[in-house]
Design a protein around this ligand. Structure first.
Ligand code: BEZ
Length: 219
C-alpha cells in the first residue's frame, strides 16, 4: 500500500495542539485527551514488536516508569502492529526478562495515529513508524519532538532530562543551557527593555558573562 502525499505531509510542530484520537491499546480502547487527564504525556512510537532495538527501548521506558510518574507524566507507546502482536510481545518480554511493559501500547494497524503525528516517514520506511517521542503538556500542547531513525535507539536519560527541563522552565520562567540537568544553574531570560538591561548590568548577585547571559541557582 503506497502512501499518498496528502497522508504523509502532516508534521506536527512544537506549539501545536496535540491531535486527539481514539485508539485500541493494550489497556483497551481509549481516547487520547481523556487518557492524558491533565497530566504530561510522553507519546512514543517504535517500528515493530519483536525487534531487538525496540525491545531495549520499551524495556527502558518500563524500567524508569517511576521517574516519569514523579514528573506527573503518563507513558503511551505506539507501533503499526496488531493488538495480538503487542500482547504476545509484552508477554514474551516479561517471560524472558521479567520487565513488564505495563503502559498502554497503541495497535495502530491502520496507521491513523502514526499519520496524525508524522511518525511515518516514507524515505525511512513506508510501513513502520520511526522512533518518535512527543512531549505533550497538561494543556495538550506539543512542547518537544524527537524523531530517530529505525537503526538508532533513543537515550532514556535525555528523554527524562528534557521532560524535567520543560517543567523547570515553565515553573520558574527560565531557560536551560547546554547539557542542563537538575541542580545546575539556569539562565535568566535576557532583558527586553533598556531599563531591564541597566538593572541587569548593575546586578552582582548572579553569575554574569554579559547582560544577555546571566545564570542563577534555582532556589
Ligand atoms: C529494531 O528494533 O531492532 C529494529 C526495528 C526495525 C528496523 C530495524 C531495527
Amino acid at each position: 500500500m503506497e502512501l499518498q502525499e496528502n497522508e504523509i505531509s502532516i508534521m506536527p510542530r512544537i506549539g501545536d495542539d496535540a491531535p486527539d484520537f481514539d485508539a485500541m491499546t493494550t489497556h483497551g480502547k481509549l481516547n487520547f485527551s481523556e487518557f492524558a487527564d491533565g497530566k504530561w504525556v510522553v507519546l512514543f512510537s517504535h517500528p515493530a514488536d519483536f525487534t531487538p532495538v525496540c525491545t531495549t527501548e520499551l524495556s527502558g521506558f518500563a524500567q524508569r516508569k517511576d521517574e516519569f510518574e514523579a514528573l506527573n507524566t503518563k507513558l503511551i507507546g505506539l507501533s503499526i502492529d496488531s493488538i495480538h502482536s503487542h500482547l504476545a510481545w509484552v508477554n514474551n518480554v516479561k517471560e524472558k526478562t521479567n520487565v513488564y511493559l505495563d503502559f498502554p501500547i497503541i495497535a495502530d494497524i491502520d496507521m491513523k495515529v502514526a499519520k496524525l503525528y508524522g511518525m511515518l516517514q516514507p524515505n525511512e520506511s513506508e510501513t513502520a513508524a520511526v522512533r518518535a517521542v512527543f512531549f505533550i503538556d497538561p494543556y495538550m500542547k506539543i512542547r518537544l519532538i524527537m524523531y530517530y531513525p529505525l537503526n538508532v535507539g533513543r537515550n532514556m536519560d535525555e528523554i527524562l532530562r528534557v521532560l524535567d527541563a520543560l517543567q523547570v522552565s515553565d515553573k520558574n520562567k527560565v531557560a536551560l543551557p547546554l547539557n542542563w540537568k537538575r541542580g545546575d544553574k539556569v539562565i535568566v531570560p535576557p532583558p527586553k527593555t533598556l531599563e531591564e538591561m541597566e538593572e541587569r548590568i548593575a546586578d552582582s548577585a548572579h553569575e554574569k558573562i554579559d547582560f544577555y547571559l546571566v545564570k542563577k541557582e534555582l532556589v
